[in-house]
Design a protein. Sequence first.
Length: 440
Amino acid sequence: MLAVAALTFAACTLETPSATPTDSPTAAPTTIPLPGGGTVIPGDTLVVYTANADVGAGASPTAGATATGDQAVPARTVHVYDVTQGKQVASFGFGTKDDPPIRAALANGQVITATQRRVTSQRLDGSAPRSIYVAPASGEVLDMDVSADGALLAIVARSEAKNAATAIVRVNYLVSGGRALTLGIGDPRFANFQGTFADVHWQPPGRGTPSFVIGGATDEEGHTASSAIVSVDGAVQVAQPSGPTWLAPAGDTWAVIDNLVCTKGRLAGHHLSVHEIDSDKVIWQTDDATPLYTPVEWSPDGDVLIYATRPDAQSSCDASVQVPAQLYQVDLKSGQVSAVADLNALHQKWYGQALVPASCPVRGPVTDRLQHQAPLCPADSSSIVTISVGGSEVGKAAGPTLTGIVTESGSATPTPTNVPGTTTSANTAMDRRTRGTVQS
């Protein structure tokens, strides 16, 4: 999908443009989406989120919008709210019915948007768009993710939308625009990969060569797809989990459900375990095979996993998932399991002022199974809700998903150590030197 006509999928291309200081992760300003949000720093702070297009106070939801997340509706809108000015300072759309939205991310004071046909970088006000990748006429973009330092962008795509054998992953330098790596699923390093590429997530920094996890998918009922850890230098480690996985924040462990009863988006199985990715060593597992288990989310430090249990209705998966779930948390350091009485309260304990709340009755998980931002109100994507940061309202929207928070250069407030993501950028596209040109 990401390939051009001349691309050979059986080959790996390691492309190293002439060295430029701007491609150094330490030279590029960083803008990182925050799990949970981010502490609002007094001064110049911009809150960036996406929502269903054409939906705001007094407006109607996009027709047919029933699912959640950036892939749920024919179009999304990027909203930028200036905390200092107390108003929205910019908004622009991405995605159409014929080119559905995939995801939005922040990097170096830019918004990176991905739709089914293309990946684009633009300023925070939507101006100066720069095409990063355009899928071939018959291809499609599946997912994209920005590295924590804002220097690298990974894209998973197919050159032929219906042909799983044409899946590739491509890595671009975001500052210079050069390409760092292209790998096709036909490369010998993926010889043991079951299924096809589906999604991508960068591992946190500090693990040596920058690397990311590729999640797999398969259309074969009862078969589990592989995952792979890929380094920018071209090294590939294929992992064969026994079921669907939920990646931990540190990128070195994941929760796995197997003995599946429910698939196709309603994942549940009779066994839940936590494994080290590299060694497949079991860190913790359930010992009661009677209920159905589904991982929900990780704590920001990766020490606690929340999971849901339901009785197995036996008759059908649909009947099982209609039963209210009981939430539990397991402390992986002690192995202690306890019930979760109030998920909102637990989020507040974990994130404090870094939590971005919305006015839905119960907020869903803060992060999804790949550690991307999860929709703020997953149970209701069509109702208009109020979004708040640091106790201040930043907007009303339907189906909102936090993209990140940007702070202007010069703030002395450090990034919270347990909530990666608050950004200081010297060349934010909407800093005080240029913000006056932004249309609200």
